[in-house]
Ligand binder design. Structure first.
Ligand code: NCD
Length: 310
């Protein structure tokens, strides 16, 4: 089976059906041996990826770069507004118009919600949204789903999304995708950081099974995945408001006594203080493997979008 991915943009999980997601995850599984040291591939030989990152990033930018290089491609990097002509007043639209002439795919991270969709409208090549403000982060979701498949199961999943559900783009994208898989989703956050009503309404319209609580202890014993997130400090206009919710949740090894044997703890990373270091040594911690899965999943996305056999 081949689904038409060639030249598509990857902006939001809402653009993908469950069949398409399953296809990408299967492709990631096939490519995973090439994500490790040793096995090499040249399916993207001669192709160029442009990483345009206007917000900080470690994992996303570097795993895209690794994915591209492991498949034989090349990478251009713009890592700040200051280092590009945007510092001279050039618009994002003009920057994208120009750079799309230099490469085969653009990976964009930008502080404004909707920036990736706008960029896609100005680009001659595929644009992949690597995070647009508080909006979406679809390739993080694909790697999260891949991690759930490897470390737990997507069938009959019950999962708690914990932390900053208001500003966290990873949980916005993930909640849409989990709904396609019929997951039971617990939304665990302080009152001030609830999932926005517009997203909850959309999810409910899609038939989501949602339950909200502020108490993490209500869910630890009953879920198969605990998905922790960082409070998104950089999105708060008022530092006083951040101080009110900072440190709301902190998982420690002690708190996991009631957790099911197979319960896994995930986190898109970076963590600040929401997972204590003593959790790293428990069998529940999968977040470092999860971040590795970004490589095969991004290899799959890139080869489906720009691989020559497509
Ligand atoms: C996330 C992001 O940028 O949204 N990081 C990532 O891509 N792994 C999560 C975060 O910054 O908290």
């Amino acid at each position: 089976m081949s689904i038409g991915f060639s030249k598509r943009h990857v902006i939001s999980m809402r653009d993908f059906s469950r069949d398409e997601i399953d296809y990408i995850l299967a492709e990631a599984e096939r490519l995973e041996p090439y994500a490790h040291h040793g096995k090499t591939s040249d399916v993207l030989d001669g192709k160029i990826l442009a990483n345009l990152f206007f917000e900080p990033s470690t994992r996303t930018r570097l795993s895209f770069e690794t994915a591209m290089k492991r498949l034989g491609g090349e990478v251009l990097n713009v890592s700040s507004t200051e280092g590009s002509s945007m510092a001279k007043g050039e618009t994002l639209a003009d920057t994208v118009r120009v750079i799309s002439g230099y490469c085969d795919v653009i990976v964009l991270r930008h502080p404004k919600d909707g920036a990736a969709r706008m960029a896609a409208n100005c680009s001659d090549v595929s644009v992949i949204n690597a995070g647009d403000g508080t909006g979406h982060h679809p390739t993080q979701t694909l790697l999260d789903l891949y991690a759930i498949r490897k470390e737990a199961s997507l069938d009959g999943l019950s999962i708690a999304l914990v932390g900053d559900l208001k500003y966290g783009r990873t949980v916005h994208s993930l909640a849409y995708a989990l709904t396609l898989y019929g997951a039971k989703i617990y939304l665990v956050s302080p009152e001030e950081l609830r999932m926005p009503d517009s997203i909850k309404k959309d999810l409910n319209d899609l038939g989501a099974c949602l339950e909200e609580t502020s108490n993490i202890n209500d869910v630890i014993g009953g879920v198969s995945v605990l998905y922790m997130t960082r409070i998104q400090k950089e999105r708060f206009m008022d530092p006083v408001e951040y101080d009110k919710v900072a440190g709301s949740y902190r998982i420690t090894a002690d708190m996991l006594k009631d957790a099911g044997d197979d319960m896994v703890i995930m986190h898109p990373l970076p963590r600040v203080d929401e997972i204590a270091p003593d959790v790293d040594e428990t069998k529940h911690a999968v977040y470092f493997r999860q971040s590795f899965y970004g490589v095969p999943v991004r290899m799959a996305v890139l080869s489906l979008l720009i691989g020559s056999e497509q």
